[in-house]
Design a protein around this ligand. Structure first.
Ligand code: CA
Length: 320
Protein backbone atom coordinates (compact mmCIF):
# COMPACT_ATOMS: atom_id res chain seq x y z
CA UNK A 1 0.00 0.00 0.00
CA UNK A 2 1.38 3.36 -0.97
CA UNK A 3 1.03 6.51 1.05
CA UNK A 4 0.45 8.22 -2.27
CA UNK A 5 0.39 11.92 -2.84
CA UNK A 6 -3.18 12.49 -1.69
CA UNK A 7 -3.52 14.67 1.36
CA UNK A 8 -2.92 12.69 4.50
CA UNK A 9 -5.11 13.83 7.34
CA UNK A 10 -3.20 14.84 10.47
CA UNK A 11 -3.85 12.42 13.33
CA UNK A 12 -3.24 12.97 17.03
CA UNK A 13 -3.51 9.97 19.35
CA UNK A 14 -4.12 10.29 23.08
CA UNK A 15 -2.70 7.16 24.69
CA UNK A 16 -2.27 5.55 28.13
CA UNK A 17 0.35 3.43 26.49
CA UNK A 18 -0.25 -0.14 27.40
CA UNK A 19 -0.32 -3.02 24.95
CA UNK A 20 -3.38 -2.23 22.85
CA UNK A 21 -2.31 1.41 22.71
CA UNK A 22 0.98 0.13 21.25
CA UNK A 23 -1.03 -1.75 18.63
CA UNK A 24 -3.06 1.41 17.93
CA UNK A 25 0.14 3.39 17.47
CA UNK A 26 1.45 0.76 15.06
CA UNK A 27 -1.70 0.60 12.93
CA UNK A 28 -1.78 4.41 12.79
CA UNK A 29 1.80 4.52 11.47
CA UNK A 30 0.87 1.92 8.85
CA UNK A 31 -2.23 3.78 7.63
CA UNK A 32 -1.65 5.77 4.44
CA UNK A 33 -4.69 8.03 4.87
CA UNK A 34 -3.30 9.71 7.98
CA UNK A 35 -0.06 11.22 9.23
CA UNK A 36 0.59 10.83 12.94
CA UNK A 37 1.61 14.37 13.91
CA UNK A 38 1.67 14.02 17.70
CA UNK A 39 0.84 11.78 20.62
CA UNK A 40 -0.53 13.14 23.87
CA UNK A 41 -0.19 10.83 26.86
CA UNK A 42 -2.37 10.16 29.82
CA UNK A 43 -2.57 7.78 32.77
CA UNK A 44 -4.65 4.59 32.91
CA UNK A 45 -2.96 1.36 31.87
CA UNK A 46 0.19 2.94 33.32
CA UNK A 47 1.20 6.23 34.94
CA UNK A 48 1.45 9.19 32.58
CA UNK A 49 5.24 9.17 32.85
CA UNK A 50 5.38 5.51 31.83
CA UNK A 51 2.98 6.27 28.97
CA UNK A 52 5.37 8.98 27.75
CA UNK A 53 8.35 6.65 28.04
CA UNK A 54 6.59 3.74 26.32
CA UNK A 55 5.27 5.95 23.52
CA UNK A 56 8.71 7.39 22.83
CA UNK A 57 10.31 3.95 22.91
CA UNK A 58 7.72 2.51 20.53
CA UNK A 59 7.96 5.44 18.12
CA UNK A 60 11.75 5.01 17.99
CA UNK A 61 11.42 1.25 17.50
CA UNK A 62 8.92 1.79 14.68
CA UNK A 63 11.21 4.28 12.93
CA UNK A 64 9.35 7.47 13.87
CA UNK A 65 11.31 9.16 16.68
CA UNK A 66 10.39 12.54 15.15
CA UNK A 67 6.75 12.37 16.28
CA UNK A 68 6.36 14.73 19.25
CA UNK A 69 5.07 13.27 22.52
CA UNK A 70 3.24 15.45 25.03
CA UNK A 71 2.67 14.75 28.72
CA UNK A 72 -0.97 15.08 29.72
CA UNK A 73 -2.97 14.58 32.87
CA UNK A 74 -1.49 12.41 35.63
CA UNK A 75 -4.79 11.92 37.45
CA UNK A 76 -8.57 12.06 36.98
CA UNK A 77 -10.41 15.39 37.21
CA UNK A 78 -10.61 16.42 40.83
CA UNK A 79 -8.31 13.65 42.13
CA UNK A 80 -5.94 14.59 44.92
CA UNK A 81 -3.05 12.38 43.91
CA UNK A 82 -1.46 11.01 40.73
CA UNK A 83 -3.13 7.89 39.36
CA UNK A 84 -1.46 4.53 39.90
CA UNK A 85 -2.65 1.49 37.91
CA UNK A 86 -4.32 -1.27 39.89
CA UNK A 87 -2.84 -4.74 40.39
CA UNK A 88 -5.20 -6.34 37.81
CA UNK A 89 -4.20 -3.73 35.23
CA UNK A 90 -0.50 -4.33 35.97
CA UNK A 91 -1.08 -8.02 35.35
CA UNK A 92 -2.87 -7.39 32.04
CA UNK A 93 -0.35 -4.90 30.62
CA UNK A 94 2.73 -5.94 32.61
CA UNK A 95 4.52 -3.89 35.25
CA UNK A 96 6.03 -1.68 32.53
CA UNK A 97 2.80 -1.46 30.51
CA UNK A 98 4.18 -3.25 27.48
CA UNK A 99 3.95 -6.85 28.66
CA UNK A 100 7.28 -6.64 30.52
CA UNK A 101 9.06 -6.57 27.17
CA UNK A 102 12.31 -4.59 27.37
CA UNK A 103 12.11 -1.80 24.83
CA UNK A 104 15.28 0.18 24.02
CA UNK A 105 15.48 3.23 26.27
CA UNK A 106 14.25 6.26 24.30
CA UNK A 107 16.35 9.40 24.00
CA UNK A 108 15.89 11.58 27.06
CA UNK A 109 13.84 14.68 26.37
CA UNK A 110 11.35 16.85 28.16
CA UNK A 111 7.77 16.07 27.21
CA UNK A 112 5.94 19.38 26.75
CA UNK A 113 2.62 19.81 28.52
CA UNK A 114 -0.26 18.42 26.47
CA UNK A 115 -2.80 20.95 27.72
CA UNK A 116 -1.71 23.94 25.62
CA UNK A 117 -1.24 21.71 22.57
CA UNK A 118 -4.73 20.23 22.85
CA UNK A 119 -6.40 23.58 23.54
CA UNK A 120 -5.06 24.77 20.18
CA UNK A 121 -5.92 21.64 18.21
CA UNK A 122 -6.72 22.55 14.60
CA UNK A 123 -10.00 21.79 12.88
CA UNK A 124 -8.23 19.60 10.32
CA UNK A 125 -6.94 17.16 12.96
CA UNK A 126 -8.35 13.72 13.65
CA UNK A 127 -8.06 13.24 17.40
CA UNK A 128 -8.42 9.75 18.83
CA UNK A 129 -8.28 9.21 22.61
CA UNK A 130 -7.83 5.61 23.71
CA UNK A 131 -7.45 6.19 27.44
CA UNK A 132 -9.46 8.11 30.05
CA UNK A 133 -10.95 11.29 28.58
CA UNK A 134 -9.28 13.61 31.10
CA UNK A 135 -7.06 15.44 28.59
CA UNK A 136 -9.99 16.13 26.27
CA UNK A 137 -12.27 17.25 29.10
CA UNK A 138 -9.61 19.66 30.33
CA UNK A 139 -9.07 21.04 26.81
CA UNK A 140 -12.82 21.58 26.33
CA UNK A 141 -12.98 23.32 29.69
CA UNK A 142 -10.10 25.65 28.79
CA UNK A 143 -11.24 26.28 25.22
CA UNK A 144 -14.99 25.68 24.78
CA UNK A 145 -14.79 26.67 21.10
CA UNK A 146 -13.27 23.22 20.47
CA UNK A 147 -16.82 21.83 20.80
CA UNK A 148 -17.66 23.32 17.42
CA UNK A 149 -14.22 23.44 15.80
CA UNK A 150 -12.99 19.90 16.38
CA UNK A 151 -13.85 17.13 13.95
CA UNK A 152 -15.89 14.28 15.36
CA UNK A 153 -13.72 12.69 18.05
CA UNK A 154 -13.55 8.91 17.87
CA UNK A 155 -12.70 7.49 21.27
CA UNK A 156 -12.24 4.03 22.76
CA UNK A 157 -14.36 3.62 25.84
CA UNK A 158 -17.70 2.76 27.31
CA UNK A 159 -20.23 0.02 26.69
CA UNK A 160 -23.87 0.48 25.80
CA UNK A 161 -25.30 -3.01 25.33
CA UNK A 162 -22.62 -5.10 27.04
CA UNK A 163 -21.52 -5.27 30.68
CA UNK A 164 -18.44 -3.32 31.69
CA UNK A 165 -14.99 -4.82 32.12
CA UNK A 166 -14.08 -3.17 35.44
CA UNK A 167 -17.47 -3.36 37.13
CA UNK A 168 -20.69 -4.91 35.78
CA UNK A 169 -21.50 -1.41 34.46
CA UNK A 170 -18.24 0.37 33.73
CA UNK A 171 -15.60 0.05 31.02
CA UNK A 172 -12.03 0.81 32.11
CA UNK A 173 -11.36 4.11 30.31
CA UNK A 174 -14.64 5.62 31.48
CA UNK A 175 -14.30 4.08 34.95
CA UNK A 176 -10.92 5.78 35.37
CA UNK A 177 -12.49 9.24 35.02
CA UNK A 178 -16.30 9.17 34.81
CA UNK A 179 -16.53 12.92 35.33
CA UNK A 180 -14.28 13.59 32.34
CA UNK A 181 -16.22 11.20 30.09
CA UNK A 182 -19.52 12.73 31.22
CA UNK A 183 -18.25 16.26 30.54
CA UNK A 184 -17.14 15.27 27.04
CA UNK A 185 -20.34 13.38 26.19
CA UNK A 186 -22.60 16.20 27.40
CA UNK A 187 -20.48 19.04 25.94
CA UNK A 188 -22.10 19.02 22.50
CA UNK A 189 -18.87 17.84 20.87
CA UNK A 190 -19.55 15.33 18.08
CA UNK A 191 -18.13 11.97 19.17
CA UNK A 192 -18.01 8.38 17.99
CA UNK A 193 -17.90 5.81 20.79
CA UNK A 194 -15.92 2.66 20.11
CA UNK A 195 -16.83 0.67 23.18
CA UNK A 196 -16.78 -2.92 24.30
CA UNK A 197 -19.89 -3.53 22.15
CA UNK A 198 -17.62 -3.59 19.11
CA UNK A 199 -14.09 -4.04 20.43
CA UNK A 200 -14.97 -7.45 21.86
CA UNK A 201 -15.97 -8.52 18.36
CA UNK A 202 -12.46 -8.04 16.92
CA UNK A 203 -9.99 -10.60 18.17
CA UNK A 204 -6.29 -11.09 17.52
CA UNK A 205 -4.85 -14.60 17.88
CA UNK A 206 -1.50 -16.25 18.43
CA UNK A 207 -1.37 -16.97 14.69
CA UNK A 208 -1.15 -13.22 14.14
CA UNK A 209 1.63 -12.73 16.66
CA UNK A 210 3.52 -15.72 15.20
CA UNK A 211 3.33 -14.05 11.78
CA UNK A 212 4.76 -10.83 13.21
CA UNK A 213 7.56 -12.70 14.97
CA UNK A 214 8.45 -14.38 11.68
CA UNK A 215 9.12 -10.95 10.15
CA UNK A 216 12.26 -11.00 12.31
CA UNK A 217 12.65 -7.28 12.96
CA UNK A 218 13.15 -5.95 16.52
CA UNK A 219 9.85 -4.05 16.33
CA UNK A 220 7.98 -7.13 15.08
CA UNK A 221 9.44 -9.31 17.84
CA UNK A 222 8.65 -6.74 20.52
CA UNK A 223 5.07 -6.29 19.33
CA UNK A 224 4.56 -10.06 19.12
CA UNK A 225 5.98 -10.62 22.61
CA UNK A 226 3.91 -7.92 24.30
CA UNK A 227 0.74 -9.01 22.51
CA UNK A 228 1.31 -12.62 23.56
CA UNK A 229 1.44 -11.35 27.15
CA UNK A 230 -1.91 -9.65 26.54
CA UNK A 231 -3.37 -12.82 24.98
CA UNK A 232 -2.31 -14.88 28.03
CA UNK A 233 -4.35 -12.62 30.29
CA UNK A 234 -7.33 -12.89 27.94
CA UNK A 235 -7.00 -16.69 27.99
CA UNK A 236 -7.30 -16.53 31.78
CA UNK A 237 -10.12 -13.96 31.96
CA UNK A 238 -12.05 -14.52 28.70
CA UNK A 239 -11.22 -18.10 27.68
CA UNK A 240 -13.97 -18.24 25.06
CA UNK A 241 -12.59 -15.29 23.13
CA UNK A 242 -9.71 -17.22 21.53
CA UNK A 243 -7.31 -14.28 21.62
CA UNK A 244 -7.25 -10.64 22.71
CA UNK A 245 -9.69 -7.84 21.90
CA UNK A 246 -8.34 -5.05 19.69
CA UNK A 247 -9.85 -2.15 21.62
CA UNK A 248 -7.63 0.79 20.75
CA UNK A 249 -6.71 -0.24 17.19
CA UNK A 250 -10.41 -0.40 16.28
CA UNK A 251 -10.86 3.18 17.46
CA UNK A 252 -8.01 4.32 15.21
CA UNK A 253 -9.36 2.43 12.22
CA UNK A 254 -12.93 3.63 12.82
CA UNK A 255 -11.63 7.21 12.81
CA UNK A 256 -9.81 6.59 9.54
CA UNK A 257 -12.73 4.66 7.96
CA UNK A 258 -16.03 5.15 9.81
CA UNK A 259 -17.76 2.70 7.44
CA UNK A 260 -16.14 -0.13 9.42
CA UNK A 261 -18.71 0.34 12.19
CA UNK A 262 -22.47 0.68 12.34
CA UNK A 263 -23.64 3.27 14.85
CA UNK A 264 -26.68 4.27 16.85
CA UNK A 265 -27.04 8.07 17.06
CA UNK A 266 -27.61 8.95 20.72
CA UNK A 267 -27.03 11.54 23.38
CA UNK A 268 -25.09 9.87 26.17
CA UNK A 269 -24.14 10.70 29.71
CA UNK A 270 -22.15 8.82 32.34
CA UNK A 271 -23.60 7.67 35.65
CA UNK A 272 -21.58 9.38 38.39
CA UNK A 273 -23.22 8.06 41.56
CA UNK A 274 -23.88 4.71 43.17
CA UNK A 275 -23.16 1.18 41.96
CA UNK A 276 -23.59 2.08 38.28
CA UNK A 277 -20.88 4.78 38.46
CA UNK A 278 -18.98 4.78 35.15
CA UNK A 279 -21.87 3.43 33.05
CA UNK A 280 -22.34 5.07 29.64
CA UNK A 281 -26.08 5.42 29.12
CA UNK A 282 -28.59 7.45 27.09
CA UNK A 283 -29.21 10.85 28.67
CA UNK A 284 -32.94 11.12 29.54
CA UNK A 285 -32.69 14.91 29.50
CA UNK A 286 -31.67 14.91 25.82
CA UNK A 287 -33.60 11.88 24.64
CA UNK A 288 -35.91 13.87 22.36
CA UNK A 289 -33.29 16.31 21.08
CA UNK A 290 -33.23 16.15 17.29
CA UNK A 291 -29.46 16.47 17.33
CA UNK A 292 -27.62 13.42 18.59
CA UNK A 293 -23.98 14.18 19.38
CA UNK A 294 -22.63 10.65 19.74
CA UNK A 295 -22.45 7.85 17.20
CA UNK A 296 -22.38 4.73 19.36
CA UNK A 297 -20.77 1.85 17.45
CA UNK A 298 -22.79 -1.34 17.91
CA UNK A 299 -21.78 -3.35 14.84
CA UNK A 300 -18.43 -3.83 13.15
CA UNK A 301 -17.33 -5.46 9.91
CA UNK A 302 -14.81 -7.61 11.79
CA UNK A 303 -13.34 -9.46 8.77
CA UNK A 304 -12.72 -6.20 6.88
CA UNK A 305 -11.24 -4.54 9.96
CA UNK A 306 -8.95 -7.49 10.66
CA UNK A 307 -7.72 -7.58 7.04
CA UNK A 308 -6.92 -3.86 7.15
CA UNK A 309 -5.37 -4.13 10.61
CA UNK A 310 -3.05 -6.99 9.58
CA UNK A 311 -1.98 -5.27 6.37
CA UNK A 312 -1.27 -1.95 8.08
CA UNK A 313 0.61 -3.41 11.04
CA UNK A 314 2.74 -5.41 8.62
CA UNK A 315 3.49 -2.20 6.66
CA UNK A 316 4.50 -0.41 9.85
CA UNK A 317 6.66 -3.29 11.07
CA UNK A 318 8.50 -3.60 7.75
CA UNK A 319 8.99 0.17 7.38
CA UNK A 320 11.04 0.61 10.56
CA1 CA B 1 -5.68 2.59 25.98
Amino acid sequence: MSAGTATRRPLVLDLDTGIDDALALTVALGSPEVELVAVTCTYGNVTVDTAVRNTRALLALLGHPEVPVYRGADRPLGAGAPFLPSAPVRRIHGENGVGDVDLPEPAAADAPDAAAFLEGLGSDVLYVPTGPLTNLARALGANPSLVTSLQRVTFMGGALALPGNVTPCAEANVANDPEAADAVLRSGLPTRMIGLDVTHQVVLTREDTAAWRALGTPAARALADMTDHYIVTYEANNPLMGGCALHDPLAVMAAVDPSLVGCLPANLRVDLEGPTRGRTVCDPDRLRDARKTCEVALTVDAPRFLRAFRERVRCALLAE
